[in-house]
Ligand binder design. Structure first.
Ligand code: HSE
Length: 415
């Protein structure tokens, strides 16, 4: 049975105004916006003034409103709004990844206790329907990895730097186009990608992780020399959110990666996002779509609203089935580390060095690093060091490659 949806909308920025237009064009939906609550009374908005309000209780205390769509910038204010909406028995649709990642358990519990839905497809990958696919389509498959580009701003900046545009100019353009967060360090230091990864890990593997447990390193300190290295080797640099099932649990982190022309993400440019899902039976699948911007994000919000008509809710079956594991740190990855200062490269905790390059202006080494050693370095704060993950599989200490590496190290120590 279809439910008639009376929507209270919080926020009328890039996504909120996009949703307003998209909803007005959706003939199949039995849904209408009954009020829009915004913060700034001085801003001109392209919506009838009778709909615009400044008091959140106009929506939260209205018994006819059965859906709250939360699209504001401030995640603390969003937390209060969403909690209050769920507690008063209203369904909630949000695009706020930080809010969900930081209060996951509490909000799921609250929505279940009040028998309402909490949907957030737009929070990851913009227009890409990845959350619902992980929930429904991959419910019976054994997923081995979910990874890809889930931040439009950084992909836009990286695409532009490949074409010779400076970081500052590219970031400014991304802000003008409405891709960047109000606080752009969330994008460029990989926090936004990390919040999204927390959501992906929960829906892919049933593992609840805290944002603080997931390592994030962004693109702010990448140097033209790193871009040149990529060009020489035929790679492109992409900021990846990466989650993989290894022997003992789930590896999950955010970092720039080199990808070659054979990689599905190689040609994914500008604000486009790409999520690559690998599973035992379905093998590799690729989802591509616009990951930021007004209408692409609004389309995912619209899809959640539409799902509410049929009383859709996430069931988190993977978490409930307790087949879930935990996040781990005892694994290796192959990385490139570059710096103008030779000592920085030398002091990096490589387990094994593969290639080393030294010159007056720039130095780099490639080799293996144990993730738990990398975790101790706050690379977002190390302006004179860049790290980019090389296109090789992660391997745990317990894997064949891990045992080989350990034996090699022991042998070198003895000799
Ligand atoms: N700042 C985000 C991005 C917006 O650039 O991807 C969409 O979540």
């Amino acid at each position: 049975m279809r439910i008639k949806l009376n929507i209270g909308l919080f926020g009328f920025g890039v996504v909120g105004s996009g949703l307003y237009n998209v909803l007005n064009q959706s003939k199949l939906l039995d849904a209408s916006i009954s009020a829009i609550v915004v913060k700034d009374p001085t801003k001109k908005r392209d919506a009838p003034s009778s709909l615009i309000h400044f008091d959140k209780d106009i929506i939260l205390k209205d018994s006819n409103t059965n859906v709250v769509v939360e699209l504001i910038n401030d995640s603390e204010a969003a937390y209060e709004i969403v909690k209050s909406a769920l507690a008063s028995g209203k369904h909630v649709v949000t695009a706020n990844k930080k809010l969900i990642a930081e209060h996951f358990e509490e909000l799921i519990t609250l929505s279940r206790a009040n028998n309402v839905s909490l949907l957030y497809e737009a929070a990851v990958g913009g227009s890409i329907p990845i959350i619902r696919n992980l929930e429904e389509y991959y419910n019976n498959d054994t997923l081995s990895s979910v990874q890809g580009i889930v931040n439009g701003t950084t992909n836009y900046i990286l695409t532009q730097s490949n074409q010779g545009v400076s970081y500052e100019v590219a970031l400014k353009k991304a802000q003008e186009l409405g891709f960047a967060e109000a606080e752009p360090t969330l994008d460029v230091d990989g926090f936004d990608s990390k919040y999204k990864l927390v959501l992906l890990i929960k829906h892919a593997f049933g593992v609840l992780s805290q944002p603080d447990e997931v390592y994030n390193y962004g693109i702010r300190h990448l140097k033209p020399q790193d871009v040149n290295y990529a060009l020489e080797k035929g790679y492109r640099i992409k900021l990846f959110s990466r989650a993989e099932k290894l022997e003992d649990g789930i590896a999950g982190f955010v970092a720039p990666h080199f990808v070659g022309p054979e990689h599905s993400a190689y040609r994914v440019n500008d604000e486009f996002n790409a999520v690559i899902v690998e599973a035992l039976f379905s093998d590799k699948q690729l989802f591509i779509g616009k990951g930021a911007g007004s209408y692409p994000t609004a389309s995912a919000v619209l899809s959640d609203i539409s799902a509410l008509q049929f009383d859709y809710r996430y069931e988190y079956r993977k978490s409930d089935a307790e087949q879930s594991g935990k996040l781990i740190s005892d694994y290796y990855l192959k990385v490139y580390v570059g710096s103008e200062n030779e000592e920085n490269v030398k002091n990096f905790p490589f387990t094994e060095v593969d290639e080393a390059f030294k010159s007056k202006g720039y130095n780099y080494q490639t080799g293996y690093v144990k993730f738990s050693d990398l975790q101790r370095i706050n690379l977002n704060k190390s302006a004179d060091l860049s790290l980019i993950v090389l296109p090789e599989p992660l391997f745990s200490e317990k894997s064949e490659q891990g045992v080989l590496l350990k034996n090699k190290l022991n042998f070198a120590e003895i000799n």
